[in-house]
Design a protein around this ligand. Structure first.
Ligand code: ADP
Ligand code: ASP
Ligand code: MG
Length: 418
């Protein structure tokens, strides 16, 4: 008998019938003697609908009020799921983030979990009750409702599993595991039985949305065994079988696996990127700080940065931001940077994508970057920026080539189903 945290994504709770199936699956695990804490997302499409409603009233919604609205989706599914469990005769009780409480900072729409009070959950568990805790939301020290960023229910679940020292965190979704690339882009993608924590972190940061990056960070920091698996299978598959299904994130490289491991384990794409170039800036100390300081102060994340070789003491500096941040970043550069830093021009391009290859095997193999660049060149895909880590190579390209790039790289590195 173990304590397990199960998270069910939007598609998994997307209709009353699916919620009933989730309840049957939970009841099965309970009947096998396990203690459970369950974390549902909002029903599929609901968070988008709520955000769109807010934007009808305020095109740039007030962040505190937006969180108040967006957090309601999870409250509905938590209540409905608890009811479905009660209907099956399973003891369950739903909680919003503030009731638990899931304490976060006050960065509305992208808050970070700081602490989780386990007392209420422990009391329920001791009484044989299954707590159903809203994903995606928390509460700050002042009592304001906060949300954790899109896809944040993954992080709620892994953080709960860490706080409760659960034996495993199971992330139920609409695919049956982590694949070599998004199976919606490449139908020949292959499911991985295991993936190392480092690779999963790089895949998530490279745009693979199967897990929110912060959930992977939590899993790593607290060594939470985390498994991604499908909620769309028969809810009554035997528990022993389901316990081995999907993809497990591992923390140690298995030496036997490492021998056989492919050099590249996965390909990821991040769309909705934008590139900003500051042209003709003087190449002297303090310039990068003068540009990136105000951008950071505005809470805008900068991803890939490239500074060109200087000519006659002048250089160009390019960097990427999320497309949704482009207008704001350009405004900040115009208002706060241009007056202090002499530059010829500032331009933005909002149709960019980042495509990355990830693999632990890259550490010990040469020529991977060259193979990636050759593969893209053969398709006539122009690389605009490059960035690397020890186990990842990313290129920034025109967004219209993103899917093509994923498919040709997937094939070039031999990742298809065998
Ligand atoms: P949920 O609502 O359950 O949280 P998400 O839509 O957030 O589900 O995440 C699941 C989706 O992630 C899949 O439907 C798939 O299209 C996408 N995805 C992207 N990259 C991968 C990958 N490498 N492996 C599996 N799924 C991936
Ligand atoms: N419902 C939230 C979203 O759509 C959180 C999640 O699904 O993980 O982003
Ligand atoms: Mg998700």
């Amino acid at each position: 008998m173990a304590l397990i945290v199960q998270k069910y994504g939007g598609t998994s709770v997307g209709s009353v019938e699916r919620i009933r199936n989730v309840a049957r699956r939970i009841a099965k695990w309970r009947a096998a003697g396990h203690d459970l804490v369950v974390v549902p997302s909002a029903m599929a499409g609901e968070t988008n609908r709520l955000i769109a409603l807010a934007k009808e009233i305020q095109p740039q919604p007030d962040p505190r009020e937006l969180d108040m609205v967006a957090a309601t989706g999870e409250q509905v599914s938590a209540g409905l799921l608890a009811m479905a469990l009660l209907e099956l005769g399973v003891k369950a009780r739903s909680y919003a983030g503030w009731q638990v409480r899931v304490l976060t900072d006050s960065a509305f729409t992208r808050a970070r979990i700081q602490a989780i009070d386990e007392e209420r959950l422990r009391r329920d568990l001791a009484a044989g009750v299954i707590p159903v805790v809203t994903g995606f939301q928390g509460v700050d020290a002042a009592g304001n409702v906060t949300t954790l960023g899109r896809g944040g229910s993954d992080t709620s679940a892994v953080a709960l599993a860490a706080a409760l020292k659960a034996a495993e965190c199971q992330i139920y979704t609409d695919v049956d595991g982590v694949y070599t690339t998004d199976p919606r882009i490449e139908p020949h993608a292959r499911r991985l039985r295991t993936i190392t924590f480092e690779e999963m972190l790089e895949m998530a940061s490279a745009g693979s949305k199967v897990l929110q990056i912060r959930s992977v960070e939590f899993a790593g920091r607290f060594k939470v065994p985390t498994r991604v698996l499908s909620s769309l299978t028969d809810p009554l598959v035997p528990v022993e079988e389901e316990a081995r299904a999907g993809t497990l994130i591992t923390f140690e490289e298995d030496p036997h696996m490492a021998m056989e491991q492919a050099v590249v384990s996965g390909v990821a794409a991040q769309r909705d990127e934008a590139k900003i170039t500051v042209h003709g800036v003087p190449d002297r100390p303090g310039i990068a700080y003068g540009i990136f300081g105000p951008i950071a102060d505005a809470g805008i994340n900068v991803d890939v940065i490239v500074q060109n070789v200087s000519h006659d003491g002048m250089t160009d500096l390019s960097f990427t931001v999320a497309r949704g941040d482009l207008a704001r970043a350009l405004r900040i550069l115009d208002e706060q940077v241009r007056p202090h830093i002499q530059c010829r021009d500032i331009t933005g391009d909002d149709r960019m994508a980042k495509v990355s290859i990830v693999g632990l095997g890259m550490r010990s193999h040469a020529g991977i970057a060259a193979k990636m660049f050759r593969t893209l060149a053969e398709e006539g895909i122009n690389i605009q920026m490059i960035s690397t880590s020890e186990i990842k190579i990313s290129v920034v390209i025109d967004e219209k080539y993103a899917e093509l790039a994923v498919r040709v790289l997937h094939r070039a590195f031999g990742l298809e189903q065998g």
